[in-house]
Design a protein around this ligand. Structure first.
Ligand SMILES: *Cc1c(COP(=O)(O)O)cnc(C)c1O
Length: 398
């Protein structure tokens, strides 16, 4: 690890945690340390110019919805996932909702999913009229395949696993359960574009897989965007209809639905972004490896299992006294985030509505914390963050 910054000589207020910070190394940068959780601005001049060119081409042809770049984007995402079809949509939420609608899920149906995810996963199920059933998670944050079968009943129609933080679920086990029980499998791959499981990309499993290209995601748009992939042409056609008011030939509505189409401008910009995804993941992987080397014996660090490729959507640790750690890091200029602080059945909309037995999720949700993770994070920044985390826990020792 590189030389560590000297906090004791900085003029920041004394920490609430440990009294003796014994950090050695470089002086803090002018203005003090400030390590941001993420950085979404576009500063690389070549990348910026290519994006602006792409926007200019769309302004020139004027086909702002379902234009040529949109079709090209669908082809590129389908190819990336090894799928026959991709349907571009307005967001990851649209992707999930429309995928479940295309599978004809509705009132009376039950869908097994994870409680540890962004609430959009559960919202999509509920908006179709179906009922979510929550299976507990494993220590990797993902739905525990061993907990799914006990929840399957006569009304169960589908399983929606989420590859949380960008680390994939045990898809062999989950796909086997779906197959043996005649259930539909819908991947919520919103956080995992670019991840792999045994050589197969996220989005390559199940009947359909859903992506979000929200600006925070690793393969991002510059606004809202999403996509659904599938090998089933009938499903593809159904999705294309459902994303535009449930119409056929854009006129006659067969199934009441939303307008969930993807802007050509976003598709054109994402086509410029797509070739960068592998390098971005590699850069994030390097940050993650440094954190894990420095913190592996201090907090619970995410580890990529054999045969898995993490997309590093977030670097999420499992930390005791998490809230105090978060406050301490904030005071030291280190921005962190709890993603997500509420399990989905605990949101106001859902509280008390479902019977849940999810002790692992309840244990983890009180301890998870995302450390700063973006490609421009310098070695000094990483060392500083790791140092601050160590300093917090050193105060615990007598
Ligand atoms: C981001 C996200 C979504 C929703 O995507 P939007 O594009 O924000 O609508 C759904 N599920 C998960 C797991 C997500 O992280």
């Amino acid at each position: 690890m590189k030389a560590m910054p000297d906090l004791s000589s900085s003029n920041s207020p004394s920490p609430t945690g440990p009294s003796a910070l014994n950090l050695i190394g470089a002086a803090p940068p002018p203005g003090g340390w400030r390590v941001r959780l993420l950085d979404l601005s576009v500063r690389d001049p070549d990348f910026r110019a290519a994006l602006l060119d792409a926007v200019g081409r769309v302004l020139d042809h004027g086909r702002f919805i379902l234009g040529p770049e949109h079709d090209e984007f669908e082809r590129a995402v389908a190819d990336w996932c090894g799928r026959k079809w991709c349907v571009g949509v307005g967001s990851g939420t649209d992707a999930l909702y429309l995928a479940l609608r295309a599978l004809d899920l509705g009132p009376g149906d039950e869908v097994i999913t994870t409680p540890l995810t962004w609430v959009a996963t559960t919202n999509a199920i509920v908006l179709t009229g179906a009922t979510p059933v929550f299976a507990d998670v494993d220590s990797d944050f993902n739905i525990d395949p061993g907990r799914i079968e006990a929840l399957i009943g006569p009304r169960t129609r589908a399983i929606v696993p989420v590859h949380f933080t960008g680390r994939m679920c045990d898809m062999a086990a989950i796909a086997a359960i779906a197959r043996d029980n005649g259930l539909r499998l819908v991947e919520d791959a919103a956080q995992s574009f670019g991840a792999e499981y045994r050589g197969k990309p996220a989005g390559g499993f199940g009947d359909v897989a859903c992506f979000s290209m929200n600006p925070m995601k690793v393969f991002n748009a510059f606004g809202e965007a999403g996509a659904v992939v599938t090998d089933d042409e009938a499903l593809r056609d159904r999705l294309a209809s459902l994303r535009y008011a449930g119409t056929i030939n854009k006129e006659d509505c067969h199934w009441p639905s939303i307008n969930g189409r993807l802007d050509t401008v976003q598709a054109a910009m994402m086509l410029v972004n797509l070739p960068r995804v592998r390098d971005r993941i590699a850069a994030r992987q390097r940050v993650a490896a440094r954190y894990t080397a420095a913190l592996g014996n201090v907090v619970g660090c995410p580890r990529a299992k054999d045969g898995f490729r993490h997309s590093w959507y977030s670097y999420t640790i499992v930390a005791e006294r998490r809230d105090a750690l978060k406050a301490f890091l904030a005071e030291k200029g280190v921005e962190t985030k709890i993603q997500h602080p509420l399990l989905t059945p605990h949101h106001a909309a859902y509280r008390g509505k479902f019977t849940v037995d999810i002790p692992n999720a309840e244990h983890l949700v009180r301890r998870i914390l995302c450390l700063p993770l973006h490609e421009d994070l310098g070695d000094d920044d990483i060392a500083y963050v790791a140092d601050c985390v160590r300093a917090f826990y050193e105060g615990d020792r007598p």
